[in-house]
Design a protein around this ligand. Structure first.
Ligand code: SAM
Length: 228
């Protein structure tokens, strides 16, 4: 398992005040129903303010989504915790994240000991986040720029696939890239509102689907997403 928090964190501006704000955020997520102690622990460790545009940094420990540029957002902490909890991730598992965005969710997955593959559609965000993750010492993830709605066939199969943008329907290529026993978590619905869906691949052709709470995500673009 990679050593986290990252070696360079001591040099990063993560203050006593920020750590206190994270503890308060973790308590808020627990009150809202997040129960997985490992997920809460990871949220308590990752310095979310370092994934923000400087103009919004003071809002980093509110339970809200915020702009990250290019018309995209860093997901609300409750949403990150909710999706991560549904994955039921174990250390060492291979996880594909579709929608790298700010890199925050990727850092949470790394902190949980996952082997992370993450793919971002927008080249500006991809470059910015690649540099940010390296500067913060999160070096364990493999980052890709491209259409993650069709997955990463060359790296499949995955134990978990996490989609952090709204899909119009279950993306078939992602289902096919799940290992048997693997879990896909993806928001599915219209561009206005989506249900969180978890699919478990029970056998080569057997999939079990469960629907959960309603959320609102930015659209998944690409071949198995919404037209750009
Ligand atoms: N997980 C991110 C984080 O921790 O900051 C938040 C992701 S944001 C809600 C959704 C991201 O999905 C955006 O950065 C967007 O550019 C990206 N996206 C949309 N369609 C995509 C696709 N087909 N492949 C990869 N990324 C995509």
């Amino acid at each position: 398992m990679p050593a986290f928090p990252p070696a360079s964190a001591a040099a990063a501006p993560d203050s006593y005040r920020h750590r206190g704000q994270r503890r308060a955020l973790v308590a808020e997520l627990h009150r809202k129903g997040i129960r997985d102690e490992r997920v809460l622990g990871a949220i308590g460790e990752v310095p979310r303010h370092l994934f923000f545009e400087p103009a919004f940094e003071s809002h980093a420990y509110q339970d809200k989504a915020f702009p990250i540029g290019e018309g995209q957002t860093i997901s609300q902490p409750y949403t990150v915790a909710y999706q991560t909890e549904l994955l039921q991730l174990r250390p060492g598992q291979r996880v594909l994240e579709v929608g790298t965005g700010s890199g925050y969710q990727c850092a949470v997955l790394l902190t949980l000991g996952a082997e992370v593959f993450t793919i971002e559609y927008n080249r500006v965000l991809f470059e910015r986040t690649r540099q940010r993750l390296a500067a913060l010492g999160y070096r364990g993830a493999q980052l890709y720029c491209g259409d993650g709605s069709v997955g990463l066939p060359a790296q499949a199969p995955f134990d978990c696939i996490l989609v952090t943008a709204a899909a119009p329907a279950l993306p078939r290529p992602l289902l096919q890239q799940l290992a048997v026993g693997g879990v896909l978590v993806v928001p599915v619905g219209s561009e206005q509102a989506q249900r969180m869906v978890r699919v478990v691949r029970e056998s080569a052709d057997g999939f079990a689907r469960e629907d959960f709470e309603e959320f609102r995500f930015v659209p998944l673009r690409g071949a198995a997403g919404w037209a750009s």
